[in-house]
Each structure stands twice: as structure tokens, then as C-alpha cells.
Design a protein around this ligand. Structure first.
Ligand SMILES: [Zn+2]
Length: 129
């Protein structure tokens, strides 16, 4: 089994997955709502449109913008069940366990945290000291 860090490293090597980044609007949203709220949103979304055994619109349930978690899901290969299978070999057509859901949420949040750190680093680098 791979660790979260290994998973994130592997994702960075994918040209497609690593092309996703949060935008200023997303950083403002995170700043406003706080990480705990964003995590709660991630948990709700995963439970509703990734965890069920059958998802009628699988592959189309995650928009490309509008919420930081949407972007994070594309970046981490957790946007739909076929990507989840492709990246993590999670069987399709079975309901995700609570533990699996929590792991996915943790991965999403770790990706978001990295984006925020990188964003803050760049902001800081732009300040004349
Ligand atoms: Zn997908």
C-alpha cells in the first residue's frame, strides 16, 4: 500500500493531473471558510457522489471549477470511480467503506494544503524585504 506522500508524488508525474491548480478565487474561498469547512464539504461530496456502488453519471459528477474540492479531486484522481480504479485499484460497483472515504478525503485535503503552502510561498517571495 502506498502512503499519501507517495500518492501525491505519483500524481505530480502525470501531466494531466498536475495541470490542475487552485486559483485566486479558490484561495480566497479557503481563507474565508477555513480548512475544517472545506474538509466537511469534501466529506459530503465523496459520500454523495463517489462512495455509492452505482453512480448514474459517473465520470461527470465533478465540475472543473466552482469549488476547491472539485479541482483537488481532478488533481488527485478521485473525481469518479473509473479514475479511482485507475489510480488506486479501488473496485468499481461496490460501496466505499467509511475508511476508504476518509482516506480519499485526507488525500484531497493534503493536496489542497500543498497548494495553499505553495501559494503562500509565492506571495511571500513577491514581498520586498
Ligand atoms: Zn474521473
Amino acid at each position: 500500500m502506498q502512503t499519501r506522500q507517495e500518492a501525491l508524488r505519483k500524481l505530480k508525474k502525470s501531466r494531466f493531473r498536475s495541470s490542475f491548480h487552485l486559483k485566486d478565487k479558490d484561495f480566497r474561498y479557503i481563507e474565508e471558510k477555513g480548512m475544517d469547512t472545506v474538509r466537511r464539504h469534501a466529506r459530503d461530496m465523496i459520500r454523495k457522489n463517489l462512495a455509492p456502488a452505482v453512480i448514474p453519471n459517473d465520470g461527470k459528477q465533478t465540475p472543473m471549477k466552482g469549488h476547491p474540492v472539485f479541482i483537488a479531486r481532478h488533481a488527485t484522481g478521485t473525481c469518479c470511480r473509473s479514475c479511482l480504479y485507475k489510480w488506486y485499484r479501488v473496485q468499481q460497483n461496490t460501496e466505499l467503506t467509511e475508511e476508504q472515504q476518509e482516506k480519499i478525503v485526507n488525500l484531497i485535503m493534503a493536496w489542497i494544503e500543498e497548494e495553499v503552502l505553495e501559494h503562500n510561498r509565492k506571495e511571500f517571495a513577491g514581498v520586498d524585504m
